[in-house]
Design a protein around this ligand. Structure first.
Ligand code: TYD
Ligand code: MG
Length: 458
């Protein structure tokens, strides 16, 4: 086949392509995001083929019985940081492609340099930098106390050249810092555009699967909080990790939002210091502000992030609204959920907040995505509204239904044990999460089945 080129229009927001230009992307509904891209037909076909990013490549392509398929677990390589291993589901799997996203300056390059330093003695590695000069990389290594590190590095942004170098040096782990700086000769669109991003990632994914090389791609997060050209990359890779932090805090959280080789929502916690990132292996108390005196509007809950229970403080501020439509603002919690909960509080608790602004926040930059925070959030709201603090030694968890019922959450006993371990003495929990008699916990459990009961307890 010759090198037929064809023209496509690629959405710069979601990466979908269409054969003709339209004002609104048919996939993500964004306006004016379609950009002309000329694609070499053979390349486009190959890219489409690898888009699914199958786990062990497509080599062979022969139908076989499942029984014949080797199911031995491939050994994982530890990253040398147990918090990182935890997020990855136990270490790096050969041939895995991992995308790490996060704001600029959050510590992606630092973390990966540390990982490479500890992997290099066991597995050949390669660090490809498209953003910083090799001198800057060396300076960082120096700062991290790894000045004489025997680490193969490459400053290059052409993906064909990078693949050639990989083929020659045969590393077991490659870090690409960052995927946004790469370009491929196969496309004539500008570097950084979604079609370039997708094609470069596709080529790397294909190589990773064919050669069982693990690849870590660094991706930048855009203003909207997604890795630029995110959806296109997220489904091509095996794992997606996001770096999160609270501005001004030295703590960094890494969360797995997708993982073919481990649990999702698993968290790793690090602290940024003068010599790089240090793991925080017992992070539970980090997300509490530990007030001297109990303060109104603050309730401690136990959330489950991946496989780990974590104590976090939910705060609310309720204040007389000065505008016609009262404000509902959430940080680290879901806004719609707050609106729903306020309606439940009104209907089933008889507490109207229609003329009040409600602000809700999770301390320490943590994000809670599970409904177990419903009850603590409402109690925090109520505590602020009435200006009455909740006891210092109380934890609360439970999901609320629209009928005012308190629903059980997963891992109740585990959550109670974590709270008891950190010195909490009382817990308001869903009736169905009441521990079995045989379980001895050093905490007084107050089971509630309905919102009214929880309000009566207070
Ligand atoms: P970096 O890894 O370059 O971030 P990213 O690759 O995500 O853009 O981290 C940069 C920040 O981290 C920078 O503000 C300096 C700080 N830092 C430390 O505080 N301690 C250290 O040991 C290092 C290497 C960086
Ligand atoms: Mg960087």
């Amino acid at each position: 086949m010759g090198s037929r080129t064809k023209t496509q229009y690629v959405c710069q927001s979601c990466g979908s392509s269409s054969p003709k230009w339209v004002g609104q992307c048919p996939d993500c509904s964004a306006w004016n995001t379609l950009v002309e891209a000329r694609v070499d037909a053979s390349v486009a076909k190959a890219a489409a083929k690898s888009r699914g990013g199958g786990i062990s490549g497509t080599a062979g392509g022969r139908v076989q019985s499942l029984r014949e398929v080797d199911m031995r677990e491939t050994p994982r390589t530890t990253t040398g940081l147990s918090e990182m291993d935890r997020v990855l589901g136990g270490g790096i799997v050969p041939g895995a492609v991992i995308l790490i996203g996060g704001d600029p300056g959050i510590g992606k390059s630092t973390l990966l340099l540390q990982v490479l330093a500890s992997v290099q003695p066991h597995l050949k590695t390669l660090y490809v930098t498209g953003e910083e000069s090799l001198t800057q990389v060396h300076l960082r290594a120096h700062r991290l106390g790894l000045p004489e590190l025997d680490l193969p590095v490459l400053a290059e942004t052409g993906v064909e050249e990078i693949l050639a170098q990989i083929a020659q040096h045969r590393p077991g782990l490659v870090v690409i810092d960052s995927i946004q700086t790469l370009y491929t000769d196969a496309l004539d669109s500008a570097p950084g555009s979604v079609s370039q991003l997708r094609e470069c990632a596709a080529q790397l994914v294909r190589h990773a699967k064919a050669s069982h090389t693990a690849v870590i791609l660094v991706g930048h997060v855009t203003k909207e909080g997604a890795i630029a050209g995110p959806r296109v990359l997220e489904h091509m890779v095996d794992s997606v990790l996001y770096f999160e932090h609270d501005p001004g805090s030295r703590f960094r959280i890494i969360r797995a939002v997708k993982n073919r080789f481990g649990a999702v929502n698993e968290l790793g916690v690090f602290a940024m210091g003068d010599d790089g990132l240090k793991e925080v292996s017992n992070p539970s108390a980090l997300f509490l502000s530990r007030h001297e005196q109990p303060v109104p509007g603050s309730v401690v809950t136990v959330t489950r992030q991946g496989s780990r229970p974590l104590l976090v403080e939910v705060q609310a501020l309720v204040d007389r609204s000065l505008v016609g439509t009262p404000r509902r603002v959430t940080l680290g919690l879901e806004g719609n959920r707050l609106n729903m909960l306020l309606a439940v509080l009104h209907r089933h608790g008889g507490i109207p907040l229609g003329d009040q602004d409600v602000f809700a926040n999770v301390v320490g930059g943590m994000r809670i995505q599970e409904p177990a925070a419903d009850l603590p959030l409402l109690l925090a709201v109520l505590s602020s509204f009435r200006n009455r603090p909740m006891p210092n030694d109380l934890v609360v968890f439970g999901e609320l239904g629209l009928a005012g019922e308190v629903r059980p959450v997963a891992g109740g006993e585990e959550r109670l044990a974590e709270a008891a371990k950190h010195g909490f003495r009382r817990a308001i929990v869903p009736e169905a999460n009441k521990p079995r008699k045989s379980v001895k916990l050093d905490i007084e459990v107050i089971p509630v089945a309905r919102l009214e009961q929880a309000l009566a307890v207070l």
